[in-house]
Design a protein around this ligand. Structure first.
Ligand SMILES: Cc1ncc(COP(=O)(O)O)c(C=O)c1O
Length: 432
């Protein structure tokens, strides 16, 4: 039996977990920010490390009994440095948003001007949305994409020259093309701004050599660990240089970035690190350094390209006309649907995607024109080009019959059949 202690202690919670497991087994999750972690990562996450307090950094803790926790955090830091090719890594941010918050706290003062890609053109909340801390405490100006959906580098250069920001944030949540980090750095540095590269979505592709790295261009890099990197929820902040010991209050200069970052994470923003999460990050980073992971990252991109080509062939509109990474944005309006209606129809057919704005969307953010589709999770399940072509066909049929619940239920049965041949957690393949 799965989770026997939970069965005894809290059958209600276990029952809901079992339903979620069944949902994943029966359907195909295509949300680009999700993935399927390994049993080793899950073991570390569910370990006794969750009980320990260890405010501070290895060798400098505010609590006793941290001799093994120190070794775990050092291991995670060393693996992060080596995997990304930097000299400093902070592995303590609880998640991607707190990691970005720490960078703002480290490098900017409240009220400073920051430029980030608009959420409605693919950026993240923490890149300057008005209702987010980034838009509340900093003077945020957004750059956008061109009418075709590509980052408007010229527009960014102009904005940067006009407003002389303290920091430029690059990276995205819904962008299907490669970033030109050299160009972004040259724009930032031409106006003496810091460049933050938030590689949350593409970190796994970068370590798998499927996307250029921002190392050597960006002043600081943040990434979640749970998207293409296929680890637990969590985040890394990466940079070059070394922090001063002990960490002292310092000027916000380029040379001081490692110290500023470490101070911003703790004590600036967080208390005790989540040690079970740190251990699971260490495990994921070890996995990401293997040749198998490179093969995985390559297949993620091949699958996205294959899916995109098949959807275009069936007459669908893909923003920018293609993809170079793990995701794509599809404008569904020409078939008489909204993004929300497409999300619901595909959901009924057993395929999970999310509605999303498209660049220059004429519709409202809560009722946008598009959906966002990604291949990281299905690739982790072992699906390749033939399965992806079949999925494109299912998607097409579902969208063309989006009001026909009988047809959608038919598709769902076929999706579940395919899904069962590629279980997301083979190690948990027991009856529920
Ligand atoms: C580019 C980017 N940065 C940051 C985050 C925030 O990560 P989290 O949801 O872990 O706070 C996300 C999450 O979607 C993201 O896509």
């Amino acid at each position: 039996m799965l989770y026997p202690h939970l069965a005894a202690g809290d059958p209600e919670v276990r029952n809901l977990i079992m339903h979620e497991l069944q949902r994943r087994r029966d359907g195909i999750d295509m949300i680009p920010s999700e993935n399927v972690t390994s049993p080793a990562v899950l073991d570390a996450l569910g370990s006794i490390l969750t009980d320990k307090y260890s405010e501070g950094y290895p060798g400098r803790r505010y609590y006793g009994g941290n001799e093994y926790i120190d070794q775990i955090e050092e291991l995670a830091r060393a693996r992060a440095r080596s995997l990304f090719g930097v000299t400093h890594a902070n592995v303590q941010p609880y998640s991607g948003s707190p990691a970005n918050q720490a960078v703002y706290l480290a490098l900017c003062n409240p009220g400073d001007t920051v430029l980030g890609l608009s959420l409605f053109h693919g950026g993240h909340l923490t890149h300057g949305l008005g209702v987010n801390f980034s838009g509340i405490y900093y003077k945020h100006l957004n750059y956008t994409t061109t009418p075709e959906g590509f980052i408007d580098y010229d527009g960014l250069q102009q904005l940067a020259e006009e407003h002389r920001p303290r920091m430029i944030v690059c990276g995205a949540t819904a962008y299907s093309r490669k970033f030109d980090f050299a160009r972004l750095a040259s724009i930032a540095h031409s106006v003496d701004a810091f460049l933050l590269a938030d590689i949350s979505h593409i970190a796994g592709l970068i370590v798998g050599d499927e996307h250029p790295s921002p190392v050597g261009h960006a002043d600081v890099i943040t990434t979640t660990t749970h998207k293409t990197l296929r680890g637990p929820r969590g985040a890394l902040i990466l940079c070059n240089g070394n922090p001063s010991t002990p960490l002292k209050a310092v000027e916000k200069t380029r040379e001081n970035i490692p110290t500023l970052i470490d101070r911003a994470v703790f004590p600036g923003l967080q208390g005790g690190p989540h040690n079970h999460q740190t251990a699971a990050i260490a495990v994921a980073l070890k996995e990401a350094a293997t040749p198998e992971f490179k093969t995985y990252a390559h297949q993620v991109v091949v699958n996205a390209r294959t899916l995109c080509a098949a959807l275009i062939e069936q007459g669908h509109t893909i923003v920018t006309g293609g993809t170079e990474n793990h995701l794509m944005l599809m404008d569904v309006t020409k078939h008489g649907l909204s993004g929300g209606e497409a999300e619901v129809a595909l959901g009924k057919a057993g395929i999970t995607v999310n509605k999303n704005t498209i660049p220059h969307d004429p519709r409202k953010p809560f009722d946008p024109s598009g959906i966002r589709i990604g291949t990281p999770a299905l690739t982790s399940r072992g699906m390749k080009e033939p399965e992806v072509r079949a999925i494109a066909e299912f998607m097409h049929t579902a969208l063309m019959h989006h009001t026909d619940d009988t047809k959608l239920a038919d598709i769902r049965r076929t999706v579940t059949e395919l899904s069962h041949a590629f279980p997301p957690y083979p190690e948990l393949n027991q009856p529920i």
